[in-house]
Write a protein that binds this ligand. Structure first.
Ligand code: PGA
Length: 256
């Protein structure tokens, strides 16, 4: 199956990587990417803030770089936070917002996530907005309601296929080794695209990339990435090993 949308393979390094590890990982991936002119996928690395600039310097245009979070304000008295403009200044073109670990660890609500996404867009970044249900919500049959509510609350005005990526990450699949089945992923991705069609129109909805995240690994990526509405992956654990991350990308079905 081919995709009209170019698939995006994004690595979310989370709180991992000191200088050596970060540089080795990035350099390895750059070397692999440089050997495939016109790769049928795009690759994005989202390292912790501390290594963004140094990683950006070795990417040489082969891979893209993004942040894992940004503050909703442009600047000011927010100790420990980083603005979207600072990420752009360090070389980023993307930022993840609303990851479930941020929603849980830092109490981020949909409204906060929307404001962060808005700040990202204002700074010229693309926002990867993460959504996904808990195991309890899936068991109670309310996955689609949860996802629609999160989209309504988190996607800001002004978002379109040039600056918006949605990552569907069922919380029960993140870091657990328990991946969604391709059918489960496709059902939710189709629902997300239907929501996008209702709110941004059919044309835009057909162009926005929807990533799957949650225990995507080399041994399960092929069938997930083959689904019609799965336009790539947001990968945590398996993005920390160049070989695994690369192996996942080799399953992309986009023609570019
Ligand atoms: P995982 O993480 O691949 O380790 O499950 C995915 C994510 O949290 O983005």
């Amino acid at each position: 199956m081919t995709h009209s949308r170019r698939q995006l393979i994004a690595g979310n390094w989370k709180m991992n990587g000191l200088t050596d590890e970060a540089m080795n990982l990035a350099t390895d991936l750059v070397t692999r990417m440089a050997k495939i002119p016109n790769a049928p996928f795009e690759m994005l690395l989202c390292p912790p803030f501390t290594t963004i600039r140094m990683v950006a310097e070795v990417l040489a245009g082969e891979l893209m770089i993004g942040g894992q979070d940004c503050h909703a304000s442009e600047k000011g008295a927010h100790t420990g936070d980083v603005s979207a403009a600072m990420l752009a200044d360090a070389g980023c073109t993307f930022v993840i917002v609303g990851h479930s670990e941020r929603r849980t660890d830092h109490g981020e609500t949909d409204a906060i996530v929307r404001n962060k996404a808005k700040a990202a867009l204002s700074a010229g970044l693309s926002a990867i907005i993460c959504i996904g249900e808990t195991e309890a919500k899936r068991d109670s049959g309310s996955t689609m309601d949860v996802v629609r509510n999160q989209l309504s609350g988190s996607v800001p005005k002004g978002a379109d296929s040039d600056n918006l990526v949605i990552a569907y990450e069922p919380i029960w699949a993140i870091g657990t080794g328990r991946v969604a089945t391709p059918v489960q992923a496709q059902e939710v991705h189709a629902e997300i695209r239907a929501w996008l069609a209702d709110h941004l129109g059919d044309e835009q909805a057909s162009q926005v990339r929807i990533l799957y995240g949650g225990s995507m690994k080399p041994n399960n990526a092929a069938e997930l990435l083959a689904m019609t509405d799965v336009d790539g992956g947001l990968i945590g654990g398996a993005s920390l090993k160049a070989e695994d991350f690369w192996a996942i990308a080799q399953n992309c079905t986009s023609l570019g």
